[in-house]
Ligand binder design. Structure first.
Ligand code: 87F
Length: 565
């Protein structure tokens, strides 16, 4: 097989030639099949592509660790066996890359910003998907699927919305050797794909509300520092697009969806988030107002938008002529919302809970909640121990706990401990000769290393209790760490100091767009500028006469500020 990549970045054209030559029978040359696929991918307009080809290879049990960017290849560090070569506190970026690879979530791919999502990651995605899908179905949202490709006319119809985003749109310009007559965009989001059909399908008030969702991939050709799950050029998400007769119905749904997003973060991923409203500058350009759940990564001192729920108002309805006739025969325009969460959720979880031993998965989203490991010392009843492991898994599985036994005979118990710790399995059960004799098992928690002997008589209740405790403890510890980073302040001097200390800042603000632009300009630097993260719905008291931290004008609200992803 030959794969040839030719990147012509100056011309803003990324030419990808993939020639697959497979040695096997074929009609034109016996013993050989040739399959060739050629297309041109053109990206946005006029932004330098900083992304070189990036590769990391790091296999458990040997191999080297490489990172090469912009064609340069340098060996960063030799693999040190099973463990990680970087610590979370000393080199967060490298630690993160190593954890997602060694934890078997991600494999790096030969196109910058694109990653292979391995089963360990997809199973987390599927658990969240099962929850969210059932919840939106209760709200009468229906699933659908619209095409991946967008015609240029439709894409550019809503100018406000697409402006700013244009450089990130990827285009297909060729099929085989021939130029396409009209280039085709790859969806970065689906407003413009879906809304022409909303216009066709919505006629009268009986067609409303229209509530559709799709689970799909989208492509945004990002130019800044790609990071697995957090900023990738292709990612998975759900996008909900709904249309109502009244603004009240739309307003209600915005908050219902936001509550589901809070639930995914706090109750499934054990990550504290803040619900709030985005500033004018941060509001989705095509929308009326944007709400979000915001998380925080203490190690980097950066906020991260967890998910968004927008009220689009009637802007798109105007552009796409999504009109309806009400009961009295009067014409009206629909009120729309759109909302999404993506595989970014998984990256936030890794960043918040992971430690120097690897991933730490909250039990509610872990594909495997518990791993049973036999510890057969010399001369022990090995068969008896193995049987006890199998029986333990059967009992737990019957009780709905996701459990497996690691009965591989080519690895030591110690190696297996480290391996499952790296993969973040919440609870480990060890069964050795003494446990067998006492009809007990030893349980070891991944989150805090605590060891408990459990009688096999009470196995299911005890394990369920421990998994609940782990889930709660992960949330409590994450919240403590996040809260310890919050700095409530009132002046520009305090703001600059707090920013330097990687704080999550809560400050009184005048809520003026120009002032936010000014904050961005004044904090610009290597680390990126500070911006508003959200105005929390839960507002502390704002005493009369409180001044804006940045402009000195009368403050209107408390707003979170910081650097962000
Ligand atoms: C990149 C390229 C083109 C974000 C983009 O948040 C367009 C866009 O519209 C773009 N990046 N956005 C905003 C997406 C808004 C909205 N879409 C539906 C959501 C929720 C789901």
């Amino acid at each position: 097989m030959v794969t040839h990549l030719n990147l012509d970045l100056n011309a803003r054209v990324l030419q990808v030639f993939l020639f697959f030559n497979k040695v096997k029978g074929s009609s034109d040359s016996p013993g050989k099949i040739t399959f060739s696929f050629v297309f041109d991918l053109k990206v946005g307009k006029g932004v330098d592509d900083m992304a070189g080809v990036e590769q990391r290879q790091n296999k458990s049990g040997g191999g080297k660790y490489f990172f090469c960017s912009g064609g340069k290849k340098k060996e960063v560090k030799k693999e040190t066996g099973l463990g990680l070569s970087f610590t979370k506190d000393e080199n967060f970026g490298e630690w993160y890359s190593e954890v997602v690879v060694n934890g078997e979530m991600i494999e790096y791919y030969d196109i910058s910003g694109c990653y292979i999502l391995r089963p360990w990651a997809i199973s987390i995605w599927e658990i969240m998907q099962t929850f969210f899908d059932a919840e939106i179905k209760k709200m009468k949202v229906k699933n659908c699927y619209f095409p991946l490709f967008v015609s240029p006319g439709v894409l550019q119809k809503e100018k406000d919305h697409i402006e700013g985003f244009a450089p990130e749109v990827a285009w297909v310009t060729k099929s085989g050797e021939s130029e396409l007559e009209v280039p085709i965009a790859i969806r970065p989001t689906s407003e413009t794909v879906m809304y022409p059909y909303y216009s066709k399908w919505i006629r009268g008030h009986r067609d409303l509300p229209l509530k559709l969702n799709q689970w799909c991939n989208v492509v945004r050709w990002e130019f800044s520092n790609p990071t697995p799950f957090i900023r990738s050029r292709e990612f998975l998400w759900q996008e909900g697009h709904t249309a109502f007769a009244t603004k009240e119905e739309a307003d209600t749904e915005v908050l219902q969806i936001l509550e589901l997003y809070r639930c995914i973060y706090e109750e499934f991923l054990a990550i504290p988030v803040t619900k709030g409203r985005k500033s004018e500058l941060e509001t989705f350009a095509g929308g009326l107002y944007t709400t979000s759940v915001e998380a925080f990564i203490p190690n980097t001192g950066r906020g991260i938008q967890g998910a968004t729920s927008h009220c689009l108002g009637q802007n798109f309805a105007k552009m796409f002529e999504i009109n309806f006739e009400n009961e009295k025969g009067e014409k009206g325009m629909v009120w729309q919302n759109s909302w999404a969460y993506s595989t970014r959720t998984i990256g936030v979880m890794v960043m918040v809970h992971g430690d120097d031993k690897g991933l730490v998965l909250p039990p509610k989203v872990a594909a495997l909640q518990l791993i049973v490991i036999p510890v057969p010392y010399k001369d022990a009843d090995t068969q008896g121990i193995f049987d006890a492991c199998v029986a333990t898994v059967a009992t737990l599985s019957d009780a709905g706990i996701r459990a497996e036994a690691d009965l591989r005979d080519n690895y030591s118990p110690g190696w297996k401990y480290s391996n499952w710790e790296m993969k973040g399995v919440p609870l480990r059960i060890e069964i050795g000769p003494r446990d067998l004799a006492n009809n007990q098992v030893r349980a070891v928690r991944r989150d805090n290393g605590a060891k408990t002997d459990i009688s096999r008589v009470f196995l299911v209740e005890q394990v369920k209790g421990m998994l609940d405790k782990i889930q709660q403890n992960l949330f409590d510890v994450a919240k403590q760490k996040r809260d310890a980073c919050v700095e409530v302040l009132k002046t520009w001097e305090e703001f600059v100091t707090a920013l330097g200390q990687k704080k999550l800042i809560l400050a009184p603000w005048c809520d003026e767009e120009d002032v936010e632009k000014d904050v961005k300009a004044r904090t610009k630097g290597d680390m990126g500028a500070a911006k508003s993260l959200c105005t929390p719905f839960e507002q502390p008291e704002l005493p009369e006469g409180t001044k804006c931290f940045a402009s000195g004008k009368p403050a209107k609200k408390w707003t979170y500020w910081g650097r962000s992803y």
